[in-house]
Design a protein around this ligand. Structure first.
Ligand code: GUN
Ligand code: ZN
Length: 434
């Protein structure tokens, strides 16, 4: 046990967190902001957040206060969709989804048959999350059980809140990435048994997308999902037109893409669909009714050329939305950079993403999408003290731009449009700096 986790910790700085979606409530009531604030943490949990002048008086005189004055303390970023095995093929040139998978993603994922390589990538990946201020991630692994095993083991050591699972794939991919249906089922069960609920880890049953699973594997995925309480279902939906056409060919009985997952009872409140770009109004309505969440992956959607996610439609339907980097389809681990891409995707549709909404999506919005809003995503008392300390003036240009920014919203907008890993001053996991 880290000794830091037993005593009280105090962090001074500007503090911002959300308690509601600023688009669905009076935006003044959606967030709490203390220009000069104090965050108190005990045993890894938030004890209080409030004005420095008030809270500091309540502290025993010997309390050691970590001084982040001039910087912004926010709940750690939540990346609702990322592929750790694609770390080394990030920024691969010139293909759209299905060809990109074939040319880059699949061959690289094949390398996770080598446990040494998987361990090396995992170490780098976790460091990269922290360097970018991400403290919770929902991660796709490869088909190899050890790819999940190694990630869980190392995430547990770091006390990271992580949702992950080995992918289920048994068709329409290279042989070296295909699972025997029965073996894949039992390997998933063993991983669930071993890791789900350990520390801050949860298991996501992960049929990669309907294209790479037979109907009998999708049936098995539902059996896995129902094998224990609290399991997640993590997959891709409606990202690319050629993908959607292929779904029609492979599942000719289906009304639409969503129907395939519905038929196999994979759609519910613990389901996350990555992308969800080219949905019909009927699909949006059915997702809303199901309680499933979607991961908005704007950097990937632009990079792979997939299309424009319609946030307004999702919000109007009441669908929980989080942000996903979708590394390696997305070419950055930075949630700040991903927010900037989100802004541009929405500008192209006449929807202007406010900085408040963007920071909400990256924190409490992501937590809500993952059903974790009672644990992370804000600084309400009792929440796990995962937080990120942001530097407003990480670059000379940001320094100049911040100098002429007058409001909190303006400064947040500068952070999201110009910020990246250089803006992340510190990342804390349950109070402890990492
Ligand atoms: N659809 C199925 N697999 C993938 C993947 O690895 N990346 C993205 N962006 N979409 C997918
Ligand atoms: Zn993805």
């Amino acid at each position: 046990m880290n000794p830091d986790r037993e005593k009280q910790q105090a962090f001074k700085g500007s503090i911002l967190f959300f308690t509601a979606d600023p688009d669905r409530s009076d935006s003044q009531e959606a967030y709490t902001y203390y220009e000069e604030g104090l965050l108190l943490v005990r045993e890894g949990l938030v004890e209080a957040a409030g004005p420095f002048a008030e809270l500091a008086e309540t502290l025993p005189p010997e309390t050691d206060i970590t001084d982040y004055s001039g910087r912004l303390i926010i709940p750690g970023f939540v990346d609702t969709h990322i592929h750790y095995p694609q770390t080394d093929i990030i920024a691969s040139y010139g293909k759209q989804l299905l060809e990109w998978l074939e040319k880059y993603a699949f061959p690289r994922e094949g390398m996770f048959a080598d446990a040494g390589y998987a361990a090396d990538v995992t170490d780098f990946f976790l460091q990269e999350l922290f360097r970018n201020g991400t403290t919770t991630a929902q991660v796709m692994c490869t088909v190899h059980p050890q790819s999940a095993e190694i990630l869980f083991e190392k995430a547990l050591e770091k006390n990271l809140r992580l949702i992950a699972g080995k992918t289920l794939m048994n068709c329409n991919a290279p042989d070296y990435l295909l699972d025997d249906n029965t073996k894949g089922f039992h390997a998933s069960l063993a991983l669930i048994e071993r890791w789900h609920g350990q520390g801050r880890l949860s298991y996501a049953v992960t049929p990669r997308f309907a294209i790479t699973s037979t109907e009998s594997q999708l049936e098995k995925a539902a059996d896995l999902l129902n094998s224990r309480g609290g399991l997640y279902l993590h997959t891709h939906l409606s990202e690319n037109h050629a993908e959607i056409d292929m779904i029609q060919t492979l599942f000719p009985w289906s009304r639409d893409y969503l129907d395939v997952y519905e038929r196999f009872e994979l759609v519910g409140p613990r389901t996350t669909f990555a992308h969800a770009i080219h949905l019909s109004p009927a699909e949006i309505e059915r997702i809303a009714v199901s309680g499933a969440a979607v991961s908005f992956c704007p950097a990937s959607n632009l990079f792979i050329g997939s299309g424009l996610f319609n946030l307004e439609n999702m919000t109007a339907a009441g669908i929980p939305v989080g942000i996903g980097t979708d590394v390696g389809g997305g070419a950055s681990f930075s949630i700040l950079k991903t927010m900037a891409e989100a802004y541009k995707v929405l500008q192209l549709q006449g929807q202007s993403l406010s900085a408040l909404k963007a920071f909400y999506l990256a924190t409490l919005g992501g937590a809500t999408a993952l059903g974790l809003a009672d644990r992370i995503g804000s600084f309400l008392p009792g929440r796990e003290a995962d937080f990120t300390v942001l530097n407003f003036d990480a670059t000379p240009l940001m320094e100049r731009r911040i100098a002429v920014s007058e409001t909190l919203e303006e400064r947040l907008f500068v952070l999201m449009m110009l910020g990246d890993d250089r803006s992340i001053s510190h990342t804390h996991i349950m109070g402890t700096p990492v």
